[in-house]
Write a protein that binds this ligand. Structure first.
Ligand SMILES: Cc1cc2nc3c(=O)[nH]c(=O)nc-3n(C[C@H](O)[C@H](O)[C@H](O)COP(=O)(O)OP(=O)(O)OC[C@H]3O[C@@H](n4cnc5c(N)ncnc54)[C@H](O)[C@@H]3O)c2cc1C
Ligand code: FES
Length: 329
């Protein structure tokens, strides 16, 4: 064995974790199914008790890590690598993959890079086999030297292609690496993750995106469009400027093909020709979302936008069980 042995207590299986590898990834590779959800450190689902051994925490500031965790010897298997052989105690362990979370590892070759707006691009990767995901879910991309970042698929599943609408933040680690990848370059991807997939039913659908939150919303809209879904669908999309409201024409075309679809935009810095709402996406929600529209809500974007929309929906007594969201950070 070249790595470390990790044993599940009490008396559970033992599997190998390679040097600097995450416990969760190694367990999945070995067919040991530990609980997980987000895969990157925000949900706490993968928390286990460290019974014996030494570890390195790979994302000490992960949202799911609390000060009590260190005292109680609790670690996130998705963001921890062993420094010695370990014994860990999870709440549950399975021997078959969960049908809900069929996450697997892929290699993707960058075959397309489309300029959509200022520092905003759509990346297309060809995988070695068709990807099993639901519209609205995300992948974790390995961008070198242990840097992993989440990106939501913007295309429909069922082919070996995965696409992502992403923004480059100058000087920041993950997005610079992704935007610097040459055509023909390869990345490792884990997918799918996330719970922002379309629930069946007859209730109206409300899709809300801020900035690159349009990536999963585009995938959801493609699914609704492909199925000629009869539900009323409203899309609310906010960005800073008209140039950053990327994929707008694509959205208009898709919405026009829905039996009952409406598209609303909001710009924080509108020009004089902009006919939509001014301000944050909550301004468009306040203007157009009637109480009668209450349905299933799906939202994605930067944390301040997601928090503002959640507060807005709460004020309107929208049941939180009908709100599915991805906070991009
Ligand atoms: C579920 C989800 C879906 C997303 N989908 C998209 C998308 O479709 N398009 C898009 O442009 N962006 C998306 N993002 C945002 C994206 O993952 C990056 O946060 C963004 O590209 C900025 O990364 P950065 O490394 O350039 O910036 P940085 O400021 O270096 O890092 C930004 C974020 O990375 C996370 N992070 C830091 N260290 C670690 C670590 N060790 N492991 C894991 N995460 C870490 C933190 O959340 C931090 O807020 C998504 C984020 C999440 C959580
Ligand atoms: S799987 Fe969500 S914190 Fe680890």
């Amino acid at each position: 064995m070249t790595g470390f042995a990790v044993t599940i207590a009490p008396g559970g299986p033992t599997f190998e974790v390679r040097e600097r590898e995450r416990i969760l990834v190694a367990a999945r590779r070995a067919g040991v199914w530990l609980p997980f959800e987000c895969g990157w450190g925000s949900c706490s689902t993968c928390k286990v008790t460290l019974v014996e051994g030494e570890v390195d925490l790979l994302f000490a500031g992960a949202p799911a890590v609390t000060v009590r965790d260190a005292r109680r010897q609790r670690i996130l298997t998705c963001q921890t690598t062993p420094r010695s052989d370990l014994v860990i105690k999870p709440l549950t362990v399975g021997s078959v993959p969960s049908a809900e979370r069929p996450t697997t590892d892929h290699t993707g070759e960058l075959i397309g890079r489309e300029e959509l707006g200022p520092d905003i691009r759509r990346f297309s990767f060809r995988l070695e086999r068709p990807a099993d995901f639901r519209a609205g879910q995300y992948a974790i991309l390995h961008l070198g030297d242990g840097v992993r970042r989440c990106y939501s698929m913007s295309n429909r599943p069922g082919s070996p292609l995965v696409e992502f609408v992403t923004k480059r933040y100058p000087g920041r680690l993950g997005s610079e690496r992704l935007h610097g990848l040459p055509l023909g370059g390869c990345v490792e991807l884990e997918l799918p993750y996330g719970d922002m997939w379309l629930r069946p039913g007859s209730r109206p659908v409300v899709l809300i995106a801020g900035g690159t939150g349009i990536s999963p919303v585009l995938a959801l809209l493609l699914q609704l469009h492909g199925a000629a879904d009869p539900r009323p669908v409203q899309i609310f999309y906010g960005a800073n400027s008209r140039a950053e409201l990327v994929c707008w024409n694509e959205l208009e075309t898709l919405v026009a093909g829905l039996p009952h679809g409406r598209l609303h935009g909001a710009l924080a810095c509108p020009d004089t020709a902009w006919p939509g709402a001014s301000g944050l996406v909550t301004a468009a929600l306040a203007e157009h979302l009637q109480a009668a529209d209450a349905g299933d809500h799906y939202l994605a974007g930067p944390p301040p936008m997601v928090d503002a929309v959640l507060a807005h929906l709460r004020e309107r007594d929208v049941e939180l069980t009908r709100v599915h969201y991805d906070r991009f950070g």
